[in-house]
Design a protein around this ligand. Structure first.
Ligand code: TXE
Length: 482
């Protein structure tokens, strides 16, 4: 595959240093291509291009920008299969998931914000003989930094509203998953999208991401990634009074109430736990079960996990592929070992040497889905983010204890509650310290809703008016009536 390049000012260019980084396929550990190992010099070039493009882009009307979002959605939709193939090669996730989630959502992110903007009413308030209205203007040049687990899905989730609100962009995808970000740049280029409005700079986080966060002409940072990195980003951006959106890690609880219809929901529980090998910040990594149901639920859950088809991610019937890298596989294995050291009972799965995956490339980063029982809810394995195919099961005495257990970690991103009584589910959901709770479902997403977490899962919300608000500055104009 030809080397990937940065996309700056409407041109594809190498890093100033002309150095590169290898991009591996985690399912085979083979080098697929290279990306520029950019530096602050390249980030500065991209920012200059963005600033130069700002005036003309800002002068476009909201309607013109809405039409651009529709054009981009149409162009990406025509490339949906290519997006899916690239995403699977870059991440190791099953091709069925790349099609159903990554490619589809990358298109709908643009389509959604175009349609949502059309439906917005001007914000006006009348009182004291005056009319107040809110005028929205672009923030300016914004920095978008995104992770490797849902590469194009999470990049376009930021690009669409940022463009809609008239901003220019310097974006940095994860160095581990550059290929679909490159496809987005190619698509914009093919559409003759205004040069310099969207700029893409590849490279390492501390070298390129850090340069974006600290650049004085980049006025807002929208970051999605790990909590540890989010802390570094915040420390840099805060003293510069930049607008900051942080979507960070999670340690989400999947909670069964004592009236949960177990047989009907087992597959949902497995899906919530192991989609994308657990590498979705919204995955449930702890399952809380009433004592009275623990034996039945743990047995049925393990059966469901063992039905998952692990294999070559390019095969249509594969349900679980490789994790993102061999390094991440080792991190996940270290938590499996820790779980056992902490007294956990291995119910299925395990480290690679104990539970290898057949029919896959021997050098691929494949792990079997692992379930550990018997751990206290305060164990490190049950409170630290693993971000891999590892789930712990915990029994609880009553609802108050379940709430305490669910809320006991430093994270607060998402959770799901399973019950036969919706009112009970709603009441329980409202006691969880998280940004999102699903009742009798999981990953059911309405893009108009606020998405984000509390505690160490992040600051701010994305989606609908929250994204439009983040990517714009509001001026309240008050006009005395004659
Ligand atoms: O994150 P990293 P990863 C979280 C998930 C997991 C992590 C996985 O919980 O913890 O993201 O993604 C760049 N200055 N979420 O490992 O390492 C880095 O190059 C500036 C939660 O990629 O934090 C990459 O582009 N940037 C989320 C990006 O930051 C830096 C959904 C993320 O990298 C940097 C998805 C630095 N010093 C994953 N160091 C949610 N809540 O929605 C690295 N980067």
């Amino acid at each position: 595959m030809k080397p990937l390049l940065n996309y700056i000012g409407g041109s594809f260019v190498p890093a100033d240093s002309d150095t590169t980084l290898e991009n591996l396929n985690p399912a085979t550990n083979e080098v697929m291509t290279t990306i520029p190992r950019s530096s602050s010099t390249d980030v500065n070039k991209a920012t200059v291009a963005a600033i130069n493009a700002e005036g003309a882009w800002k002068a476009t009307t909201l309607e013109e920008r809405i039409l651009w979002l529709d054009r981009i959605a149409d162009a990406l939709e025509a490339k949906a299969e290519q997006i899916a193939q690239l995403e699977t090669m870059d991440t190791g996730k099953p091709i069925s998931l790349s099609r159903r989630v990554d490619a589809a959502r990358s298109v709908s992110n643009f389509r959604f914000f175009a349609n949502f903007a059309r439906e917005q009413e001007p914000m006006e308030f009348e009182a004291h003989g005056a009319i107040n209205y809110v005028h929205r203007s672009p923030v300016g040049c914004v920095g978008l930094i995104t992770p490797w687990n849902l590469p194009l899905y999470l990049l376009t989730w930021k690009v669409a509203p940022a463009l809609l609100m008239g901003n220019t962009i310097v974006a940095k995808p994860s160095e581990m998953t550059p290929m679909t970000a490159n496809l987005l740049a190619e698509t914009l280029d093919e559409l003759n999208f205004p040069a310099g409005v969207f700029n893409l700079v590849h490279g390492l986080g501390p070298e390129v991401g850090q340069a974006i966060v600290e650049h004085p002409n980049i006025k807002a940072i929208s970051f999605t990634g790990g909590t540890a990195t989010g802390r570094i980003v915040a420390a840099t951006a805060a003293p510069m009074f930049k607008k900051l959106s942080l979507e960070l890690g999670g340690k989400n609880a999947t909670i069964l109430l004592d009236d949960a219809p177990v047989d009907d929901i087992v597959d949902d529980l497995v899906r919530a736990s192991f989609t994308n090998s657990g590498q979705v910040c919204l995955c449930g990594s702890r399952v809380l079960i009433p004592h009275s149901m623990y034996d039945e639920v743990s047995a049925k859950f393990v059966e469901g996990v063992e039905r998952l088809k692990i294999g070559n991610p390019l095969d249509d019937d594969t349900q679980m592929g490789a994790v993102i890298s061999l390094a991440h596989l080792e991190k996940v294995e270290s938590y499996i070992k820790l779980g056992i050291q902490e007294g956990g009972i291995l119910l299925t799965g395990g480290t690679k040497e104990h539970a290898s995956v057949s029919g896959v490339h021997p050098d691929g980063a494949f792990l079997r889905p692992t379930v550990l029982g018997g751990l206290p809810h305060t164990a490190r394995t049950a409170t630290e983010e693993i971000f891999g195919p590892v789930v712990t099961l915990h029994a609880y005495k009553n609802e108050d204890e379940a709430i305490m257990m669910a809320n006991c970690t430093d994270y607060g991103l998402a959770g799901s509650v399973w019950t036969a009584d919706i009112q009970r589910g709603r009441a329980f959901a409202e006691r969880l310290e998280t940004g999102i709770v699903w009742v009798n479902t999981w990953l059911n997403r309405d893009l108009r809703t606020p998405f984000g977490g509390v505690k160490q899962s992040g600051v701010g919300r994305e989606g609908g008016t929250w994204s439009m608000g983040f990517f714009s500055e509001m001026t309240n104009v008050c006009v005395k009536q004659p």
